[in-house]
Write a protein that binds this ligand. Structure first.
Ligand SMILES: [Zn+2]
Length: 110
């Protein structure tokens, strides 16, 4: 019996002083079981969502990564900035999102 169990049981006993102990215990056990099952189901749901997100990131690196605008290879982050495998350091990165984004307003247009 853990703290939570004892606290719940005490609460039940305070609220229903005439209820037989075995019934109090059964109700407390059942409500703790239900709470545990709900928590487990929630954890399963979150784990499922995390693996979906991980899979989508792995399947579509071009949705989040950038390709080198000079040679088209994937860029990766280094301490001195974005670099592709051909060493085009600091070359602008391009991906689907950036490519399809509307042009930025310049000071003249704003
Ligand atoms: Zn490059």
């Amino acid at each position: 019996m853990n703290d939570q169990y004892l606290k719940l049981r005490q609460k039940m006993r305070d609220q229903f002083p005439r209820m037989p102990t075995e019934i109090v215990d059964r109700i407390v056990r059942q409500s703790m079981d239900e709470a545990r099952k709900e928590a487990e189901a929630e954890i399963q749901k979150l784990a499922g969502r995390i693996s979906e997100l991980t899979a989508s990131l792995q399947a579509e690196p071009d949705a989040v990564g950038c390709k080198c605008s000079v040679c088209g290879n994937w860029q990766k982050w280094t301490p001195s900035g974005m670099v592709c495998k051909n060493g085009h350091g600091g070359a602008r990165g391009i991906n689907k999102l950036l490519y399809s984004a509307p042009p930025l307003l310049t000071n003249k247009e704003a």
